[in-house]
Design a protein around this ligand. Structure first.
Ligand SMILES: Cc1ncc(C[n+]2csc(CCOP(=O)(O)OP(=O)(O)O)c2C)c(N)n1
Ligand code: SF4
Ligand SMILES: [Mg+2]
Length: 290
């Protein structure tokens, strides 16, 4: 990724793409469905990446990536990594059909969902990945429904590798991307990427907000490799040392998008996280599905 792009100041998504491309190297081709990514990568000849890159219609990222993989295979090119770089709206909502199809075919590419938890490029509309309680322009009183769990949905496709990460944990993201590069078949990495204008926090705080998401247990870092679930060190740390767990209230109150959440709702959220962590402790190191 070249210096200079047209993202907002403090964008977590560009941080994530920088680390992903560092891990993958120059022999990488990017398919990018409609999203902020299309804006911050920009238009040729002034694109912010130095690898081949194609913008794609919103619903068709995985279909285009599948075609790209087929074309490279037909030419006998085995050393090129095809990736799809898509937002949460493009992944959890409009693109989920072609994504699921490519997973069922075990297409040989890596799908990255960078999750800023709303349709940010068009001004912050709720997506299936927006968490309950969050303000967006289409949920002015806070979203009522829960966040769709795309990583687990992808794991249920029995693809060889699924992982979650966060732009505030570059070593975690770099390591998982390097590992994914060496695996054949469909690989899926879901990255939480804080977004200052959409989440309503100061532009200097994106890294801190992502860390709070993980330290509070609101966002879990894990891998599902050949069906086996394994927590990643930052999440295992808060599981094994409850005293190191940050109350979720700190994460929630640091962002304007949750300003409508009452103290009661935050207490309920804390209880949900505590019970989630208890269940996760039992799953660690075990097969996720029967
Ligand atoms: C079929 C279609 N509907 C709507 C749009 C307008 N549109 C472009 S980007 C975007 C939001 C994408 O959201 P997400 O996938 O979460 O990526 P983000 O913008 O948050 O990075 C929308 C609605 C479009 N390009 N195509
Ligand atoms: S709206 Fe959010 S995700 Fe989009 S470029 Fe700005 S900071 Fe990044
Ligand atoms: Mg989004």
């Amino acid at each position: 990724m070249l210096p200079g792009n047209s993202a907002c100041q403090g964008c977590g998504s560009t941080l994530a793409l920088r680390w992903v491309l560092k891990a993958l190297g120059k022999k990488t081709v990017i398919v990018n469905p409609a999203s902020c990514g299309c804006v911050y990568v920009g238009l040729y000849p002034r694109t912010a990446v130095s690898v081949p890159y194609i913008q794609m219609a919103f619903a068709a990222g995985p279909a285009a990536a599948s075609g790209m993989v087929g074309g490279l295979e037909a030419q006998g090119k085995k050393d090129v990594t095809v990736i799809c770089w898509a937002g949460d709206g493009g992944t959890a909502d409009i693109g989920v059909s072609s994504l699921s199809g490519s997973a069922e075919r075990n297409t040989n590419y890596i799908y990255f969902c960078y999750d800023n938890e709303a349709y940010m490029n068009t001004g912050t509309q709720r997506s299936g990945s927006t968490p309950a309680g969050a303000w967006t322009t289409t949920t002015p009183l806070g979203k009522k429904e829960s966040k769709k769990d795309m990583a687990l949905i992808m794991a249920a496709h029995r693809v060889p590798y699924v992982a979650t990460s966060c732009s505030s944990y570059p070593a975690d993201l770099y390591g998982k991307t390097k590992k994914a590069k060496l695996i054949q078949g469909m690989r899926y990495i879901h990255i939480l990427t804080p977004c200052p204008p959409g989440w309503r926090f100061d532009t200097g705080l994106a890294v801190k907000i992502g860390r709070l998401a993980v330290q509070s247990g609101m966002w879990l870092l894990y891998e599902v490799e050949n069906g086996v679930f394994r927590l990643s060190p930052p999440s295992r740390k808060i599981l094994e040392n409850p005293e190191k767990r940050v109350p979720v209230k700190e994460y929630i109150r640091a962002q304007g998008r949750f300003r409508g959440m009452s103290e009661n709702e935050i207490t309920l959220l804390q209880e949900m996280i505590d019970s989630k962590l208890e269940k996760v402790a039992e799953l660690d190191g075990k097969p996720l599905f029967f």
